[in-house]
Design a protein around this ligand. Structure first.
Ligand code: CUA
Length: 369
């Protein structure tokens, strides 16, 4: 039986790796080392958002992971792309050469295969170990939490709930406060659609999913005021769904929480529509309603209908629940919410409106004629 052998190359230009291979390797090694030193010693805020220092213990863990990946990822980038360029230049086709000339063909090199399997495998094992370690600390914390609070996503705002803040105002959408030095557990969920809670400086994010409670555990270590963003497209005003995170000293946090509790205690037990303040109601509207409702006729819907003529629209003489547009009936929708063919309006568990805020808001809506 005739042996079929592979066609032999007409010409082999270099017996080895090519001229200049080792000097090029030295340059790529120098670039990798320089990049690694920059990643390890330059302030991270050149590439990541925030201060030049981490603001939580977990942010420090995440940054360490980021540095580990950048150092090895940088080296892989320099060697791979450097050799691609080098070999493309050295083994390029030259004038006068046969068109089917090829370089040295390397087959069955167990030593080479051993190392190119072992090195990436070890890197992946170490990276997995480090990542799982950080993930475990994020999920379960390193100690029992000293403060457990809740973040609830709504279209289109974040609501922050704190222990002891119960009653008509049991939560706030103004800003999320966290104390330095206390281990914090944040429970994250959503009241409507899927949102994503993200504060870049704390380096953590979690999906806010209806019916599912997610955990983030960390201890704040440095003060500051930072942005919170929703990073999951959740509807027409997704881009407006932002918040503020205030990290402050333990004492300042306690003072803030005490003042919020005083507000709860001072809140009237019933809604007094006669005391509604339209100017204050206008601010409430901007903060809580304007993401979904325009100051426009009923038909100009954003998410819900326009509210400009809620009490004097001849085309819609009644509210969406079929009742006459009295302050009490408008207040009832703000408290209990409403679901109908045109959509769902959240109730006060979701909108977090106090009795005072509802009276002010109704006064403002009634004043729009
Ligand atoms: Cu909530 Cu995007």
């Amino acid at each position: 039986m005739a042996q079929v052998s592979a066609p032999q190359p007409k010409q082999v230009r270099f017996a080895g790796l090519g001229p200049g291979f080792w000097p090029v390797t030295a340059v790529l090694t120098a670039l990798s080392i320089a990049f690694a030193l920059w990643i390890l010693y330059a302030p991270l805020d050149a590439i990541l958002p925030g201060e030049s220092h981490e603001v939580t213990d977990r942010a420090a863990d995440v940054d360490a992971l980021f540095k580990f990946m950048s150092v090895f990822g940088g080296a892989i980038f320099f060697y791979v792309s450097g050799y691609v360029v080098y070999f493309a230049l050295v083994f390029r086709h030259r004038a006068g050469e046969a068109t089917d000339v090829v370089g040295v063909q390397v087959h069955d090199s167990p030593r080479l295969e051993f190392w190119w399997t072992l090195i990436p495998a070890l890197l992946l094992i170490v990276l997995s170990w480090l990542s799982i370690n950080v993930w475990y600390k994020i999920q379960f914390g390193t100690t029992a939490p000293a403060l457990t609070m809740e973040v609830v996503g709504h279209q289109f705002s974040f609501e922050y709930r704190y222990p002891g803040l119960k009653g008509s105002i049991y939560s706030t959408t103004d800003a999320m406060h966290l104390p330095i030095g206390r281990s914090v557990r944040i429970l994250i969920t959503s009241a409507d659609v899927i949102h994503q809670f993200w504060a870049p400086e704390i380096r953590l994010k979690a999906s806010a999913v209806p019916g599912l409670v997610q955990n983030l555990n960390f201890t704040p270590t440095a003060p500051g005021t930072f942005d919170i963003e929703c990073t999951e497209f959740c509807g027409i005003d997704h881009s407006l769904m932002t918040g503020k995170l205030v990290i402050e000293s333990s004492d300042a946090f306690d003072r803030w929480l005490a003042s919020e509790k005083l507000k709860v205690a001072a809140a009237p037990a019933t809604i007094d529509f006669a005391k509604g303040d339209a100017a204050a109601g206008r601010q409430v509207f901007t903060q809580k309603c304007s993401a979904c409702h325009a100051l426009a006729p009923f038909s100009q819907r954003v998410v819900g209908p326009g509210l400009l003529h809620i009490t004097d629209d001849p085309a819609h003489p009644k509210l969406v629940d079929g009742k006459p547009p009295t302050p009490e009936n408008i207040g009832e929708i703000l408290q209990n919410g409403f679901s109908g063919p045109i959509g769902s309006m959240p109730n006060r568990t979701a909108n977090g409106l106090s009795n005072t805020a509802i009276a002010d808001l109704v006064a403002y809506l009634v004043s729009l004629k």
